[in-house]
Design a binder for this molecule. Structure first.
Ligand SMILES: Cc1cc2nc3c(=O)[nH]c(=O)nc-3n(C[C@H](O)[C@H](O)[C@H](O)COP(=O)(O)OP(=O)(O)OC[C@H]3O[C@@H](n4cnc5c(N)ncnc54)[C@H](O)[C@@H]3O)c2cc1C
Length: 414
């Protein structure tokens, strides 16, 4: 039987970051996952450390947009009609929190996490020698229609510039200068200069996990659902035999409910599914920045493996088989933009963004247990927010003065 101060359940970007920050504060930590670190949601994302995302992705309020979504023919959003009645109450809560005045408050509450996200990654990247995985070149929204470019520029000026975020508005020629391989279907873009991107998000998480091990941390294979209360803490099963810990942290991303439900908690955790596929390019074409095709609703990122196309949101049961309709719709549009070559993966990758309807994660103590902590629900921005979440939770657990008030992320708010 091995015993540690803390067992962290889940070795995605969030769990690994929590483990590292607890370790930094002198705690002995066991990190438990059923797979190797960084092989689920934290593997397949678009790789953005989204320092510029000071307004969370909200539910659209414009009738025209809602009508378009209702048709279910879109690239950026899709729903399984059989799942729609099940997810409707969650969507209603999401819509409620997306009202302009509530969204403004939520954005302000998320700001301390977003503002510190890049610095916290930089510290871990430096400590783990992973600088080759990060590119600090920002990312570009590209537009096919003049009218949507104008809307984007207005939004950038009204919503984002007041936060001191840096961006360049690009006409077609300026865009072409930064991305020579782009075709003429685009009329311009907005280049967000503050964010960074990661060329292989899974390798990043594995590198952070290796740092944790080098510093004496223990990574074990096991099923988090084996967690049970024991005298003085918690007991759990691993492939190396039983383990015990004084405290437990649930950082299981979209699977967090598999453990918190058994412990008597209910949170409105839902998933927004998304897909990716890698492509080669033809004619030596190179993509210099991650691109969001705003008018079509998909993203292209340069990754170590090739150009990664990631799709928007699919509402379907977490465990339902993949239905990559959006990828099939996005691919022809992507080929209009860039000279893409063959698909490089045998199957589309499916991931599940762990989402709460108020667009904030849960970071903090479980309301009815002194020795249980939560760190899940990071929505569209878990890669961005993993390290800053690790720091905040570890500060609270260690009784330090946290760098920001943790109350907005508290588990008691539901
Ligand atoms: C298409 C797409 C694009 C995205 N793009 C971005 C982006 O550009 N930037 C960004 O910041 N975010 C992005 N995200 C979101 C981001 O990927 C997630 O928010 C983040 O990866 C969540 O991390 P996590 O550690 O909470 O979950 P995960 O990475 O899923 O980790 C959870 C871990 O728990 C383990 N686990 C689950 N159940 C059990 C069990 N019973 N026993 C043991 N272990 C278990 C899993 O194996 C897994 O390793 C994107 C997501 C998608 C789907």
């Amino acid at each position: 039987m091995t015993r540690s101060d803390v067992v962290v359940l889940g070795a995605g970007i969030v769990g690994v970051s929590v483990a590292l920050h607890l370790q930094q504060r002198g705690r002995s930590v066991t990190l438990l996952d059923r797979r190797a670190p960084g092989e689920e949601t934290s593997l397949g994302n678009a790789g953005l450390i989204e320092r510029a995302s000071v307004v969370p992705y909200s539910f659209p309020r414009e009738l025209a947009v809602l009508a378009r979504y209702a048709m279910n023919h879109n690239i950026d959003a899709h729903y399984d009609p059989l799942f729609a009645p099940k997810v409707a109450p969650w969507l209603f809560r999401f819509w409620y929190h997306s009202a302009p005045e509530r969204l403004a408050r939520i954005s302000a509450e998320m700001l301390p996490l977003i503002e510190n996200s890049l610095e916290e990654h930089r510290a871990l990247i430096q400590a783990s020698g992973l600088g080759h995985l990060m590119r600090e070149v920002g990312w570009i929204e590209v537009y096919r229609k003049e009218a949507s470019l104008e809307d984007g520029v207005k939004e950038a000026k009204d919503l984002y510039a007041p936060h001191g975020l840096r961006y360049d508005v690009l006409d077609a020629a300026a865009l072409k200068a930064r991305e020579p391989a782009l075709s003429d279907v685009v009329v311009g873009g907005i280049h967000w200069l503050d964010p960074a991107s990661i060329l292989d998000p899974s390798a990043l998480v594995k590198g952070y996990a290796a740092l944790f091990e080098t510093r004496g941390g223990r990574i074990v294979t096991g099923d988090a659902r084996s967690l049970e209360a024991a005298p003085g803490g918690w007991r759990f099963a691993t492939s190396d035999g039983p383990g015990e810990a004084d405290q437990a942290v649930v950082a299981l991303g979209p699977w967090s409910d598999d453990v918190f439900s058994d412990l008597g908690y209910q949170f409105p955790l839902a998933v927004k599914r998304g897909y990716h596929m890698h492509y080669g390019t033809t004619g030596g074409a190179v993509l210099n920045h991650t691109l969001l095709d705003v008018d079509k609703g998909f993203l292209l990122a340069t990754m170590a493996r090739g150009v990664r196309l990631t799709t928007g949101v699919e509402f379907a049961d977490r465990d339902a088989p993949p239905s990559p309709i959006q990828l099939d719709r996005a691919e022809p549009a992507a080929r209009e933009l860039l000279p893409l070559g063959d698909r490089l993966d045998s199957e589309p990758w499916l991931g599940r963004r762990p989402c709460l309807p108020d667009m904030k994660p849960v970071i903090g103590r479980a309301p009815r247990h002194d020795n249980l902590w939560f760190a899940f629900g990071h929505n569209h921005h878990g890669l961005t927010l993993g390290p800053v979440t690790g720091r905040l939770l570890a500060e609270v657990m260690a009784g330090e003065t946290p760098f920001t008030d943790p109350a907005p992320y508290g588990a008691g708010r539901f």
